[in-house]
Design a protein around this ligand. Sequence first.
Ligand code: 13P
Length: 254
Amino acid sequence: MVRKQIVAGNWKMNMDFDEGRDLAFSIIRKLGPLHSQVIFCPPFIHLNYLSVLTKGIANLSLGAQNCHQQNNGAYTGEVAASMLKSVGCEYVILGHSERREYFAEGDEILAQKVDVAIANDLIPIFCVGEKLEIREAGTHENTVEKQLKGGLFHLEKDLFSKVVVAYEPVWAIGTGKTASPQQVQEMHYFIRKAIANKYGKKIADMTSILYGGSVKPNNAKELFENSDVDGGLIGGAALKASDFIDIINSFPKD
Ligand code: 13P
């Protein structure tokens, strides 16, 4: 069983045109041969030229941070999955806690987004994760299971096998407070078990599950070393070329 090891950089709403181009150039210039799948997830304005810049670099792909749940139409300000595909995107982050929290994206909309992404040949990086009060109450596994059921588990088996899952505990995002390797492994194991219960062990063993939340060069290796952690979804540290490269170089796993 070989599942894909992935390091995805979620730039969030950072980097204007020049800054983004400089960042991407700095990273690409210093990259050696890639042993894992690396994904740049910049704001929409960067996707078009980055797809030209990254073309032909093995294991380097592009992802968007969101898409609309409809194929096209009168949705001012929104971007469709087909448009992302047309500029060379291969992935799209869906269900990020910032989308859930600030844009009120719930299970129903997220399930539609997952469907429209897959229908347009994009791979969803589907985020789940609990808030601090849920972690403190000890009900984090229930919360994550509910998010998986609500946004993903409607998929048929053959479609689910296209999905990447990212566990991002909300309390660890942008806080510098990383979940411990043990907390991460426990939750990833739980997620894989939930996938196995729904789709069978073979699919579960093939599904890449990423961790996100204050991953830095100094903690990436011990997080990625866990048997059920298949890489990371990186926020702040993806904005500094040397940090992002150090994190990429935490692969391959020993
Ligand atoms: P930080 O790495 O800045 O905590 O962000 C994580 C994240 O939200 C990635 O999607």
